[in-house]
Write a protein that binds this ligand. Structure first.
Ligand code: KG4
Ligand code: ZN
Length: 348
């Protein structure tokens, strides 16, 4: 890139769990130019959960093709790329290593800066992406409260800026997505079960079963293991794994997520709440939070940017690039998934 020229495009890579993803994002306006996700769900479905070694190997074989597709879809080549963003963590170590080494080698060989991105920060940033389908037309101002809720995480943050967020609360046991998936498994639904519970619950009675909402009236931490056990006992006692049970279990999870998120806004004196991560796709969570929010403005990440994707990594990568938060030369070469060069996520 010539001196003084505006940086154009960020190539992003995400491989922290079971999605191999690459995207191209415009650095100046955070427009998503391409967003390719190769899911490994069929590989892991027969085991009922992600098998880390199979996931790493699958990233290795899929990555070159996924990156090529992201460049093609954006109508560009590697020559048009000005920086490479990659997920540094958290995630499965073997999976992270594959994406990180790929990105590092690509950046070094093309003499491009590398931007290392925190996966959870990227989820919380995804609401700021914009695209031709209308994402990002209106956006929350910093600071805001974010609920990052996925298969691996359920945490509340005060988000100060693209590079800085402070944790306010977190799950003490299972993540909400894990609770959805485990309850679905007990009910005989396919993996990952969150979306199947969501669909089944549409025709169920949310009040059919009185299920626990652990710590609902206390603090900003979450706990879902008691709910999971209550569902197991109900099934063992002969309760049918039907729409009523799906709706009741989903309502218990949703009640906890919303109550804590609104409590966090009150505690922090903030009136913008962002919902991010795979569970933020849940249709009941999306409708109920809007009904209960009162004066709090709720910002729902578009579902295509809720589940794991590289556009969110490219978006945050672009914002960090603009802050000159980049790695080049020896710093790039010595970076790995354990270095703490990425910006802070206090309480992580
Ligand atoms: O963010 P994500 O793709 O990966 C992680 O970082 O974990 O989230 C995946 C999680 C899974 O637990 C999945 O069941 C859940 O998000 N999920 C849902 C829905 N769609 C995905 N949970 C409830 N309702 C949904 N519609
Ligand atoms: Zn995720």
């Amino acid at each position: 890139m010539a001196p003084g020229e505006t940086p154009g495009r960020m190539l992003a890579i995400e491989s922290s769990c079971d999605e191999t993803a690459a995207a191209v994002v415009s650095i100046s306006d955070l427009e998503v130019l391409s967003n390719v996700v190769a899911t490994q769900i069929p590989i892991h479905a027969r085991y009922g959960g992600v098998v880390p070694e199979l996931a790493s190997r699958s990233h290795l074989t899929a990555l070159p093709q996924v990156v090529g597709q992201a460049l093609d879809d954006a109508g560009c080549t590697i020559d048009d790329i000005d920086g490479v963003a990659v997920t540094q963590g958290p995630g499965l170590a073997g999976c992270l290593l594959v994406g990180f080494q790929f990105a590092k080698a690509l950046a070094f060989s093309r003499q491009l800066p590398l931007v290392t991105v925190d996966h959870i920060q990227a989820h919380c940033f995804a609401v700021r992406l914009n695209d031709a389908e209308g994402a990002g037309e209106r956006q929350p101002e910093y600071p805001f409260v974010a609920l990052a809720v996925s298969g691996g995480h359920t945490s509340l943050y005060r988000v100060e800026s693209p590079g800085h967020m402070v944790r306010l609360g977190q799950t003490l046991d299972d993540a909400a997505g894990e609770a959805f998936d485990k309850i679905a498994k007990m009910m005989g639904l396919p993996y990952p079960g969150g979306i199947h519970i969501d669909r089944m619950a549409l025709s169920g009675d949310r009040a059919a079963h009185a299920l626990p909402r652990p710590m609902l009236h206390k603090g900003l931490d979450f706990s879902f293991s008691g709910l999971k056990t209550a569902v197991r006992y109900a099934l063992e006692a002969g309760t049918k794994p039907d729409a009523d049970l799906a709706a009741s279990a989903q309502e218990a999870i949703v009640d906890c997520l919303i109550a804590k998120s609104l409590r966090a806004c009150k505690q922090e004196g903030l009136s913008d709440l962002v919902l991010a991560g795979g569970v933020a796709c849940n249709s009941r969570l999306r409708s109920a939070v809007a009904e209960r929010a009162g004066h709090v403005r709720v910002w729902l990440t578009p579902p295509r940017y809720c589940t794991d994707n590289a556009a969110m990594v490219g978006g945050l990568g672009a914002a960090l690039f603009r802050q000159d938060n980049i790695l080049t030369g020896p710093a790039l070469l010595s970076a790995d998934i354990y270095t703490t060069s990425r910006p802070s996520r206090e309480g992580a």
